[in-house]
Design a protein around this ligand. Sequence first.
Ligand code: TMP
Length: 207
Amino acid sequence: MRKGFFITLEGPEGSGKSTQMRWLARRLRTAGRRVVVLRDPGSTALGRALRRVLLHSEAELSPLAEALLFIGGRVALVDERIRPALAKGSVVLCDRFHDATVVYQGYAGRLDVAWLDAAGRAAIRGCLPHLTILLDVPPSVGFARLHRSHDRMERKARVYHRRVRRGYVRWAARNAKRIKVVDATQSAERVRGEVERVVLAKLQGHR
Ligand code: TMP
């Protein structure tokens, strides 16, 4: 049986993750892979409930409260969705994961990055992605692409979102073996080409 393969997509707001996820899932299915598409938070009952609180409620949440909720939701995501899919040999594509907490609540929210990384890893218990694609885009470009009302995280100050972008770039440099950076200011078609190249090359080496 083929081994499962775990891929996450990360990026600041308006980086085009959802479109790229959809295209990548289709490409991998065409190549004969079984693909499971997930998002964090979401994709479990707990994740959907937390998503409502974190993104669509009026609740006052400090970066620490946010971090613990995102991390708590991830425990269920790993147990209920990711591990079972990997055990069946599927490719798991997840829209955001552990790195988002390190970057949004750590680099941008000013919590201690090393502590958050450790707490987040304790929650996922070894279930780190084999490959992470960072769709890199500055807030000026990303926000210009969002033609809908903004959620709680998107409503944070522009300076917060500049720290998100810088945080992702620094975190990717510190995890260069796992996190591949793609310039997402390019056209969606060009980004698609790069994403597919990186993913297919990695999958080839993982049989
Ligand atoms: P998304 O559907 O655009 O990915 O929305 C998720 C939002 O939540 C986005 O603004 C990033 C943020 N987020 C965090 O702040 N920390 C996390 O750990 C995760 C997974 C997401």
